[in-house]
Design a protein around this ligand. Structure first.
Ligand code: VG1
Ligand code: CO
Length: 549
């Protein structure tokens, strides 16, 4: 319980706050950095100065349960009260996934939400912490808002906070702090209610109870409590369905990034064992998803295309799709489906915020990224468990295995061989010089041979938002070949140790071609030539990437 005794404090700062990068909708740093005095407070103060509607507004706050989550919620609540927020809505134990936060913002007409997570980065004292800001539409803060936060943060001299005994309440109920209401809600049921408006829970339930065993790995992160309530309580699956179900401050040492490297135990269960017909995992904050079938892995780009192609299996989308979108590095598999459906397909820069305007304007219903992110207009974030339910709904309707669904898709639409190679934690100077060297080479590449084909164009991707006309430059280097194949190079914006170089490869094979190859083999000429051209292994001194998807 909050003490009734409190006073308002204005804390003076000795130095300005310069860590917030312009154009990024949050702050992601090492946990230790966030432990420094006034560090978190400085960023939160900048948010409260820039966010519209703070006086008398409603704010959603919660996080993925990593180390620092509860302390941060406490600080944000006390600062919110000092800034005239009317109500903060947070959740039992402070556990709130990113898509569930997006839902709460929209449902409660909040001015925005603060989500405490470094997403798929490891947690704990040796890991990372993060603060993500979402706006009133439920999506990641727009670039104009984050630029404003940045300009406040640079000149920050003080912050406001309520001083009172620390709050340790994390059970449901309403409390008062000064004149502000703190509403602690369950959080999970709101989200599952939304899922029930989209999917047919009865159909999925009877399917998975009857000889279609599934397994879900929460990687000791935020989705555990959601998944247990969903799969066990609502859908009637056995309690063993959810692995690593309790959110832990350090994720039990796991790296909560659902890919074949970091969710290897789950991948092995599906790829090597035969206990389960379907497997899935989500990341730290529950917005990413990985889908596996018995003996098969679904590439996220294919996953988006398959969801779009099978939209009519899902009651929530039975009226049809208004359009689809994918980030630039995501494969064009969904473009082919959009063409077939006669709807628009938009190509945006990396990052969910670029889908926001298209979703708000009802130009798209589904969207996704190659980085294990898929979502729809039901919220303004990618949504891990939603994607899992979408897959289960397709499987329960078609009564086919995951590998049959995949194969049938390629037989109809052709196959976009696709892979992403990540070189993690490389020295920033190495990454930057490699990148600028390749950038400088772009104009001379046209017409040259690459991966056995001719380079049709080579450029740095830029994007004009079709709704507000805003322009975003420098979104990744592209080598585009005359048969539609591509090799792309980007620097990650989410890593915290050194730099991460991402290299993406795509090659299309028609439905009557060889659709059964191993992607690394099918893409070998492209992989070999980008290494030669950009001197990746030579400059990074890494003979293989850290993660291959
Ligand atoms: C990565 C992914 C990108 C995703 C972003 C945030 O960014 O590539 O597709 O939108 O993470 O995901 P980058 O700059 O490291 O490539 V999450 O799960 O942090 O909300
Ligand atoms: Co995430």
């Amino acid at each position: 319980m909050f003490s009734t005794e409190f006073s308002q404090l204005v804390v003076k700062l000795n130095q300005p706050f310069t860590d917030q990068k312009p154009g990024t909708s949050g702050l992601r740093k090492s946990t230790l950095k966030f432990e420094e005095p006034n560090y978190l407070e400085s960023f939160i103060e900048s948010i409260f100065r820039a966010l519209p509607g703070v006086q008398g507004g409603v704010l959603i706050v919660g996080g993925d349960g990593r180390y620092g989550n509860k302390r941060a919620i406490d600080i944000i609540i006390r600062m919110a009260a000092a800034h005239g927020i009317q109500k903060v809505i947070t959740t039992v134990d402070g556990i709130l996934s990113t898509p569930a936060a997006s839902n709460l913002i929209r449902k409660n007409k909040a001015i925005g939400g603060i989500i405490l997570s470094a997403s798929h980065n490891p947690g704990g004292l040796e890991g990372d912490f993060g603060v993500k800001l979402n706006g009133s539409n439920g999506g990641p803060a727009s670039e104009s808002l984050t630029d404003e936060i940045y300009s406040y943060s640079k000149n920050l001299k003080e912050y406001k906070i309520i001083k009172c005994q620390s709050n340790n309440i994390y059970s449901a109920g309403q409390y008062k702090l000064a004149s502000m209401i703190v509403d602690i809600v369950d959080g999970i049921e709101d989200y599952l209610d939304l899922m029930q408006t989209i999917f047919d829970f009865d159909l999925i339930s009877s399917y998975i109870k009857n000889d279609f065993p599934i397994v879900f790995d929460a990687l000791n992160a935020v989705t555990g409590p959601y998944a247990k309530r969903l799969f066990v309580d609502h859908l009637g699956s056995t309690s063993e369905t959810v692995r690593n179900a309790i959110p832990l401050e350090d994720f039990g040492g796991l790296h909560p990034d659902p890919n074949l490297t970091y969710a290897k135990d789950l991948a092995d269960l599906l790829l090597k064992g035969n206990l389960y017909s379907f497997g899935a995992a989500c990341d730290g904050d529950g917005d990413r998803n990985m889908i596996l079938g018995r003996g098969c892995f679904v590439n996220p780009s294919d996953s988006l295309a398959i969801l779009a192609a099978n939209y009519d299996c899902v009651p929530g989308y039975s009226k049809g799709l208004s359009g689809v979108a994918r980030s630039m590095p995501t494969s064009s598999a969904v473009d082919v489906v959009a063409k077939h459906l006669g709807i628009n397909c938009f190509e945006t820069p990396t990052g969910w915020k670029f889908f926001g305007n298209l979703l708000d304007a009802n130009k798209i219903t589904l969207c996704g990224e190659e980085s294990f992110g898929t979502g729809s207009d039901h919220v303004r974030e990618k949504d891990g468990l939603w994607a899992v339910l979408f897959w289960l709904q397709i499987l329960a309707t078609k009564k086919k295995s995951v590998s049959e669904i995949l194969r049938n898709h390629w037989l109809v639409f052709g196959r976009h061989y696709y892979s992403r190679h990540d070189y993690e934690s490389i020295p920033a100077e190495v990454a930057n010089s490699l990148y600028s060297r390749l950038f400088n080479m772009l104009p001379s590449l046209k017409g040259q041979t690459f991966g056995g084909r001719s380079i049709q164009n080579a450029d740095d991707f830029s994007y004009t938002d079709p709704i507000d006309g805003s322009i975003t430059l420098k979104q990744g280097l592209r080598i585009l070949l005359d048969d539609g194949s591509r090799a792309l190079v980007r620097l990650s914006g989410t890593g915290t140790k050194g730099a991460t170089l991402r290299v993406y490869f795509e090659k299309f094979v028609k439905s009557n071609g060889d659709i059964t190859q191993d992607p690394q083999l099918a893409l070998k000429p492209l992989i070999k030539d980008i290494d030669y051209l950009a001197e990746i292994s030579k400059r990074t001194r890494m003979s293989t990437p850290s993660v291959i998807t």
